[in-house]
Design a protein. Structure first.
Lengths: 199, 199
DNA sequence: GGTATAGCAATACAGCTGACTTGGAAAAGG
DNA sequence: CCTTTTCCAAGTCAGCTGTATTGCTATACC
């Protein structure tokens, strides 16, 4: 047996290269040769780790969406002062908005991914599950708030989860398009939360 | 001089073909030959009307965004029973959500366009203007409502315009992804408007 | 009625794409 | 030592891409 290489690590390195290219030229604009060059490897080596372009795209998207989910869960779990439902929801929204350059890049790529999903039936289930999981996370917090009586009367946690997620999503798009400042987006989230929590 | 053809009409016909392809395979996935075939013309003829692919894309997007704007303005202007600000805002939101198959197609393509805009600096100004115009339309109605005292106390028309537009945008994405029923999206808009208008 | 020219069909072309094939280097196990 | 298998570099290939070129046809005008 010859030397064994950490496949997972190599794949992640390639995924990073693809991510960097996709952030400027878009997912579809990244050819195998481009990615290989960006990763500093040969086309042959890239193909050794990803037999097909589709496989490379799929792995990369799964990798980064897993990273994103992990970051969110970490934000929720980590002990910050007073992990109230409202504070948790604020943290999640902050994670979903393009407040930093890194988030901006990620959102730009993810938007390209969304388009891809809309045109490709096969990718839809995974994307749907991701959204539904996130929505569930928000709904959990809202339900806790409702039990504590912190929620504005008459609001349904499940519906408010959908509304907050949609709002954040829309605000993110606006910030990406430079028609809304990142700070203003966060301000609107806060104002929205103010209305949801016993305004 | 040989016979003269209505260039504008031919271009619009081609734009329609591109739109149909883009709705299933995405904007980038539509080659000149595909579009020509869909339009029932030769590649040569298509090139006679659009010297370059970029020109074709630009025309098509401008054409359909103009159509969309026209539809919205018509909805606002047309006399429906009691054109209150709230009713007008509801109509605009209904126009922006994927409630019909035609709207679904348009939104899918427009989302691809958004991604394209994010990766191409040159296209950004036009897209920004479109969003800002729409936001202005919403803000106008909210300002009228505020003058009438119909707005919930403490809400700023300009900020609420941003919030409503972002919410609609996010809801549209959710519906496209099949994680939200069209009717539920419209229901959430109504609930949202209920909170904005003197809840 | 000749002629200039818009309209268009057909083809050519260079470049890039993803996928495949071939061959060799290197190292772990027998 | 020697085989086996992984790793990977290089080249090849067919297919598609947008664009450019060429030339024919039909028609409106002088």
């Amino acid at each position: 047996m010859p030397r064994r290489v950490d496949h997972q690590e190599r794949r992640q390195r390639i995924a990073g290269a693809l991510w960097r290219i996709a952030s400027t030229r878009g997912l579809e604009g990244a050819s195998l040769r481009d990615v290989a060059a960006e990763a500093g490897i040969s086309l042959g080596q890239l193909q050794h780790y990803f037999a097909t372009r589709e496989e490379m795209l799929r792995f990369t998207l799964e990798h980064f969406s897993a990273l994103s989910g992990e970051r969110i869960r970490k934000r929720v779990a980590t002990g910050y002062p007073e992990p109230t439902p409202r504070a948790v929801l604020r943290e999640i929204a902050a994670e979903l908005l393009p407040l930093s350059e890194e988030q901006r890049v990620a959102l730009r790529v993810q938007l390209g991914y969304l388009v891809r999903v809309l045109h490709d039936e096969g990718l839809r289930p995974q994307a749907r599950e991701g959204v539904l999981a996130l929505r569930g996370l928000l709904a959990d917090q809202l339900r806790i708030a409702a039990e504590r009586g912190e929620l504005t009367a008459g609001l349904d946690p499940e519906r408010e989860a959908v509304r907050l997620l949609a709002l954040t999503d829309g605000l993110a798009n606006a910030v990406l398009l430079d028609v809304l400042a990142p700070g203003a987006a966060m301000g609107l989230v806060d104002e929205h939360l103010g209305g949801v929590f016993g305004g």
